[in-house]
Design a binder for this molecule. Structure first.
Ligand code: NAD
Length: 279
């Protein structure tokens, strides 16, 4: 997809972090914006900083883990702008604790927001995007966690591995179909955003997480430090994404130093070695 101006972008998780920077870049490119987030007040405040005329923006309170809400988001976007050209399935949450301290509700929350949201996004937007005349592109925000298996974040890892393989599968299918809709997967490592405070958006139906033990607390502290010290910014992620979309590049892995860890994992698999422990 080469042309962005006067096209329409739908971005989930747009009130904060990477989603907000994707929105900022899309606005700069002259796109119409459909911005969705579960935190609506924050979304309104964030959207105001984009200084766009109201005719170019649609804000929707959306819980992306709910299919009915994604379906309504798609209807609203197509009704308002007549088409959707860039879909960024970006909203996500993190949870840090050892696997045996993940309750069922923890798994359901993380998989719902991080993986089911992308599944529903594809279900409800892609068939309509394929029927449009204009080219389109889907960007799924996964993570380096979708390429590795870092301890202390089982549900997050599972959700992001799911997003990577879903995106790879879709890439193969769209290529075979010679479709004019492309797909990319964003796999950052650490970016300083609101992700370490994800519990703020945990829906009531999931209840509270159970108290964490010492090992989980240590992992969480390490993760807090890593995220806070992220060497690339959310704006860098948006730059990498728009570059990838313009050049139809599938893998968007802005932190190149992660290559070593990916390579090590691949060698472990190919050589039937036990997984080399990660940090
Ligand atoms: N920050 C990092 O280090 C990092 C690294 C790799 C991948 N990611 C991924 O980047 C994406 C964006 O996260 P971020 O780092 O900008 O964090 P963030 O917390 O700053 O932004 C996430 C946004 O998603 C929204 N959200 C949460 N649950 C939602 C729901 N049920 N429905 C709709 N919106 C919901 C939040 O309100 C928030 O605005 C996520 O998918 C995350 O997993 C982040």
């Amino acid at each position: 997809m080469k042309k962005f101006s006067d096209r329409t972008a739908v971005i989930t998780g747009a009130a904060s972090g990477i989603g907000l920077e994707l929105a900022r870049r899309a606005a700069t490119e002259g796109m119409n914006l459909v911005l969705a987030d579960i935190e609506f007040d924050k979304l309104e405040a964030a959207a105001a900083t984009l200084n766009l005329p109201p005719r170019r923006v649609l804000l929707r309170k959306t819980d992306v883990s709910q299919e009915v809400e994604i379906a309504a988001l798609a209807d609203a976007a197509f009704d308002r702008f007549g088409g959707v050209h860039l879909l960024c399935n970006n909203a996500g949450v993190g949870l840090t604790r050892v696997t045996w301290e993940h309750a069922t509700a923890d798994w359901e929350w993380v998989l719902g927001v991080n993986l089911w949201s992308v599944i529903h996004g594809i279900q409800h937007f892609l068939p309509r995007m394929l029927k449009q005349d204009a080219p389109g592109h889907i960007v799924n925000t996964a993570s380096a966690a979708g390429l590795l298996s870092t301890p202390g974040m089982a549900a997050y890892n599972v959700s992001k591995h799911g997003v990577v393989t879903l995106s790879e599968t879709l890439y193969g299918e769209l290529t075979a179909a010679q479709a004019h809709v492309g797909v990319s997967v964003l796999c950052p490592t650490w970016v300083s955003t609101g992700i370490q405070n994800s519990v703020r958006t945990r829906q009531e139906r999931f209840g509270d997480t159970a108290p964490a033990g010492a090992q989980s607390i240590a992992y969480a502290e390490r993760m807090d430090q890593a995220v806070a010290s992220g060497r690339l910014s959310a704006a860098d992620m948006a730059t990498a994404v728009f570059d990838a979309v313009a050049h139809d590049r599938f893998y968007v892995i802005p932190h190149r130093r992660i290559n070593q860890a990916i390579e090590l994992r691949m060698h472990d698999i190919l050589n039937l070695r036990n997984p080399t422990p990660l940090g």
